[in-house]
Design a protein around this ligand. Structure first.
Ligand SMILES: Nc1ncnc2c1ncn2[C@@H]1O[C@H](COP(=O)(O)OP(=O)(O)OP(=O)(O)O)[C@@H](O)[C@H]1O
Length: 792
């Protein structure tokens, strides 16, 4: 089979705008023989699962499980990656970052990885299945009991720690308000039964309980260590299975008769009420475990102060922080000082898990939930590696770049560079610079020349620009020791893949590569070999059996016809604002132009709104992003430019209007709230024909919420606001809307239906007739001669 790569995405996507870029050249077609699945067979990878053990003496214990026989490594990437060297001038990348992807997403979106699952995947699944069986066999033989016990204790300790976090009372009250609004399904037993208890007393009661538990746990940990229960056992080859802890009950109870169960229940109730808790100090471990088991068996969990939490949330809202302090690990005193100044004391779980592996020189593919400190996880070891390299002579004309960090969006690149600056505060000789699209290339070239730059953070498109247009840049890249792909799954997807392949070809083969993301779909495992060595470690800090989203983020979806959606959006925002004076809301829209329209409408409705998308200048984007980071009482309407990685503290609500491009994008957008173990809310507003999207996220705890009622006055108000919005904004939104859904596999298949829906969208904007669309655009979208469209 022959696969064709056509360099310019514009040519691929019929929905692209008509603007012609000077850099556009006639499409070249690069052909190579052999399908990607075949390449996968030839260049296999070895998956390593790493559970996070309870941590003892600051050490993380890892387990690895090979799912595939190792086969000889091959030069996969180089075979279909054209080499770039400094003087070769190729056309510029047309995709600067994800914001542009979100506008021109076209067919690339749905096809990025999906649809390429073949018998090879089935084979892989079979492998995994076999391993699962082996793993459960081991469990039946009692091998993993210790780990489970430790996990139970960790779970217990961590749930206690959670309670100590600031604003707990506030969180609870918000949670219960959210529950009230969205009905019984969300009833949260964390809060009081009647939901009336005031925040202060709740909060102080919690912290009392926690202190008690923490002290207990500390002494228990000491005892466990003495007894060797928690020893690493690193060589045993066993797989730690933290995710099993919430299945404790199911594993234990399957054989009990109904009568026995009844007896057990009574006994367990006594036990939980404390009547049976005749424990001595030496048996505290077992007491905790038994108590947990009893709780599970009863379908509820009582924490230290007897607060009941529903079983569904047990073990899922694990703390993002580990027990290990930065000063317990072996990093340079200069880094440690920087970390202290940044206010970090304990490592996050992903930092604790990845740091030792990276410092050992391994390639790493890491998965950790959103907002859990992945940036520091790859920056800190990278800085450590650079700090150990011999200093570069000042006279060297083209000092090497040692660490290259690639981010899919400009905002994310700026953020990562600023995090690096914080950590480098006491490393005066190590410089970090950022190169991103939307800024002047010449200015960046000057900066690169004038200032030290051992660490470079870049968006893919601009990096290629430098490779192709900045003298000596390719030579500098030959010094790369560590290559980081932040949001790796995005960067390895089709929209960026070609840029990434070119970048990989421009850095030395002898390097360390780190891939980080909150989502690592199966497809990434299959193609990560283009960046990673075969013996890389896959470090997954998301417990098996738990969701990829945070349990403290309440997720609901609503289904409403398009003609209700502007009014609904308004009502939902008003309700949220009324609930929380410190509101900070992100409203995600499908495309840049729809984002603009929604922002225009909400502005007309006198809400405090900002907008951010790729059609705004970079300086505007940076300014708005900074403002939103620092503000409260603000709504940011945004395209997917803000979907990944951007760290806005204390976002109270993420509202997604229209279906996200895929499951991963849903998770990343939602991940803008509930960061650093905090609480958050997510609402997904879908049209009836978008409901299919829910099947992609059926593993996530998204409950259906009833629609708020819309009074006639609200409808009128929203109608007036819509009529005040410029026609141009509506025209652009209509065209963008059509392009977005045209590229959806399901919706775009039936063009007649698509146009009907687009015209429904047009009516929802208050237009009697749909806006006319240029003939050329229509033919690029494959929509010529479809009834219902107006041509201009
Ligand atoms: N050890 C730590 N202790 C406390 N806070 C930390 C620590 N490490 C990082 N943080 C903070 O946690 C927040 C989230 O970090 P970061 O943005 O790196 O998350 P992430 O996992 O990359 O999220 P995303 O998946 O959305 O990109 C940031 O504000 C960061 O400063």
């Amino acid at each position: 089979m022959v696969i064709k790569f056509i360099p310019h995405l514009r040519v691929l996507s019929p929905s692209l705008p008509v603007t012609v870029f000077p850099s556009m050249k006639p499409a070249r077609t690069i052909c190579f023989n052999g399908s990607i699945p075949v390449l996968n067979r030839v260049f296999p990878f070895k998956l390593k699962f790493l559970g996070l053990s309870p941590r003892f003496n600051g050490k993380l214990i890892t387990r690895s499980l090979s799912t595939r026989p190792s086969r000889p490594r091959s030069r996969a990437s180089s075979e279909f990656t054209p080499k770039i060297r400094g003087d070769v001038r190729a056309s510029k990348s047309l995709i600067e970052d994800e914001a542009e992807l979100s506008d021109w997403v076209g067919e690339l979106r749905t096809d990025s990885f999906r649809g390429r699952l073949t018998s090879e995947d089935e084979e892989l699944d079979a492998d995994r299945q076999r391993n699962r069986v082996r793993s459960s066999d081991r469990k039946r033989n009692g091998v993993s009991v210790k780990w489970r016990r430790e996990s139970e204790l960790d779970n217990f300790r961590e749930s206690s720690k959670r309670e100590t976090r600031g604003n707990f009372g506030d969180s609870i009250s918000r949670k219960s308000r959210f529950s009230k609004r969205f009905g019984g399904e969300l009833e949260d037993k964390d809060s009081d039964d009647d939901g009336e208890e005031d925040d202060e007393s709740y909060s102080s009661r919690k912290s009392r309980g926690v202190k008690r538990e923490n002290t207990k746990m500390d002494s228990r940990r000491g005892k466990r260590n003495e007894r060797g229960l928690g020893s690493g056992n690193a060589g045993s080859g066993r797989r730690m299975d933290l995710g099993r802890k919430s299945n404790f009950h199911e594993e234990e109870d399957t054989d009990a008769s109904e009568e026995e169960k009844g007896r057990e229940m009574k006994g367990l109730e006594n036990f939980l009420s404390g009547e049976d808790s005749d424990i001595n100090a030496a048996a505290e471990d077992d007491y905790i475990i038994l108590r947990k088991k009893a709780s599970y068996a009863l379908g509820l969990e009582k924490d230290a102060d007897q607060t009941v939490t529903p079983r569904s949330s047990q073990g899922k809202s694990e703390s993002y922080l580990s027990e290990t302090r930065f000063d317990q690990i072996s990093i340079s005193p200069l880094s440690l000082k920087g970390i202290k100044d940044a206010g970090y004391e304990k490592m996050t779980v992903v930092q604790e898990a990845t740091l030792p592996v990276i410092l050992k020189g391994k390639d790493v593919l890491a998965k950790a939930k959103t907002g859990t400190g992945k940036t520091v996880a790859f920056l800190l070891p990278s800085i450590e590696i650079v700090s150990k390299l011999p200093p570069v002579d000042r006279d060297v004309k083209r000092p090497p770049i040692h660490v290259l960090v690639i981010c899919p969006t400009r905002e994310l690149a700026i953020q990562a560079a600023s995090e690096a600056k914080k950590l480098l505060k006491y490393h005066p000789s190590i410089g970090v610079q950022v190169v991103i699209g939307g800024t002047r290339l010449a200015l960046e070239q000057k900066n690169l020349q004038a200032n030290p730059c051992q660490i470079l953070v870049a968006t893919p498109g601009r990096l290629r620009d430098h490779l192709e247009n900045t003298a000596g840049f390719a030579t500098k890249l030959m010094g790369v020791k560590v290559l980081v792909l932040d949001e790796a799954d995005r960067l390895l997807a089709m929209g960026f893949r070609k840029d990434i392949e070119r970048i990989i070809a421009a850095v030395p083969k002898q390097r360390q590569t780190l891939l980080f993301s909150a989502t690592v779909p199966e497809e990434v495992h299959q193609i990560c070999h283009i960046a990673l060595r075969r013996d890389h470690e896959f470090i997954n800090t998301v417990q098996e059996g738990t969701e990829d989203t945070h349990s403290l983020v309440r997720q609901v979806h609503m289904v409403a016809p398009l003609d209700m959606q502007f009014s609904l959006l308004y009502v939902l925002l008003k309700e949220h604002i009324a609930d929380d004076v410190d509101y900070k809301v992100l409203v995600f829209c499908t495309t840049a132009m729809v984002t603009k329209l929604v922002a225009d409408v909400l502005r007309e409705l006198n809400l405090n709104v900002r907008e951010i998308h790729s059609r705004k200048s970079q300086s505007y984007r940076t300014r708005v992003s900074d403002e939103f980071r620092k503000s409260k009482g603000l709504i940011l309407v945004t395209s997917d430019v803000s979907a990944r990685g951007v760290d806005y503290p204390d976002v109270t609500l993420v509202l997604q209007v229209g279906m996200p491009s895929d499951r991963e994008q849903y998770i990343h957008r939602l991940g803008r709230t509930g960061r650093k173990g905090k609480e958050g809310q997510g609402i997904l507003l879908l049209a009836p024909w978008e409901e299919k999207f829910l099947s992609c996220v059926k593993d996530l705890p998204i409950t259906k919420a009833p629609l708020p009622s819309l009074d006639p006055e609200t409808k009128k108000k929203v109608g007036r606001a819509l009529s005040n919005v410029e026609m141009k904004s509506k025209e652009s939104a209509y065209q963008a809307w059509l392009g977005y859904y045209n590229s959806d596999k399901n919706i775009g298949r039936d063009k007649y239906r698509l146009v009907e829906l687009a015209n429904e969208f047009s009516r929802s904007m208050g237009l009697d007739n749909p806006p006319a669309i240029p003939k050329l655009v229509l033919s690029k979208m494959g929509l010529r001669n479809i009834p219902g469209l107006r041509v201009r």
